[in-house]
Design a protein around this ligand. Structure first.
Ligand code: ATP
Ligand code: MG
Length: 202
């Protein structure tokens, strides 16, 4: 037997073991229901991951709704791309919470209106996928009660998938989440002086 044969044999055995473990896990995951996914952390990739997952869902013919809880000054690429998609209802929070408004009453009212709309979607059986982008800021700044948000999400139709993005997540939301991913900030071009660009940042 050559060295290559021995290596091939060891590789085959390793793969066979791996396959056995993976097959066992697949056999154990039998439940069929929607999930709550939280994308949190200080790195870049939360919203883009959420929109990527929405594209995946749309590819399967699902219906989706997006509510963006923070409105920037510029229209984002995701808005321009998805706003006219026949399976997507895309909302950007009315008054537009930005770092520049600094009007707590207006921000709170806008957050409440947007969340009331979210609650309607959370009762709509026909919508398979919900994306609440930057929702966590509304809770962090006290514009929305974490308990109210968690209650509505927990009571949604069983098949509905929900993704929430934001740097930090309230405990109440984490308690009812199925999947939580943390995007870490290891490096960002902005700190090297690279200007935010369309197609990458917005
Ligand atoms: P993206 O939309 O690119 O997936 P995100 O949703 O993870 O980013 P947010 O906190 O929503 O991040 O910030 C949105 C904007 O800020 C994007 O333009 C993104 O490139 C930028 N950004 C994200 N993280 C950082 C960071 N650590 N330093 C500087 N800019 C960042
Ligand atoms: Mg984001």
């Amino acid at each position: 037997m050559t060295d290559t044969d021995t290596q091939d044999d060891a590789y085959r055995q390793r793969m066979a073991t791996k396959k056995r473990i993976v097959d066992e896990r697949i056999a154990n995951a039998t439940e069929q229901r929607g999930v709550l996914i939280l994308m949190k952390g200080n790195g870049k990739g939360k919203s883009s991951s959420a929109f990527g997952t929405m594209a995946r869902s749309l590819g399967h013919g699902h219906r989706a709704a997006v509510i963006q809880f923070i409105k920037g000054r510029k229209a984002t690429g995701e808005y321009l791309f998805f706003k006219d998609h026949p399976q997507v209802e895309f909302h950007v929070m009315g008054h537009g919470f930005t770092w520049e408004t600094q009007d707590a009453d207006k921000d709170r009212q806008a957050a409440l209106e947007a969340w009331t709309l979210a609650e309607r979607y959370l009762q709509d059986e026909r919508v398979n996928f919900l994306l609440f982008d930057e929702l966590s800021y509304m809770i962090k700044y006290g514009h929305l009660e974490a308990e109210r948000v968690a209650r509505a999400i927990a009571a949604r139709p069983r098949h509905q998938n929900v993704i929430v993005t934001g740097r930090t997540m309230a405990r109440e939301l984490q308690d009812c989440a199925d999947t939580i991913s943390i995007i870490n900030d290891e490096r960002h071009a902005f700190r090297q002086g690279v200007k935010a660009q369309p197609g990458i940042e917005y």
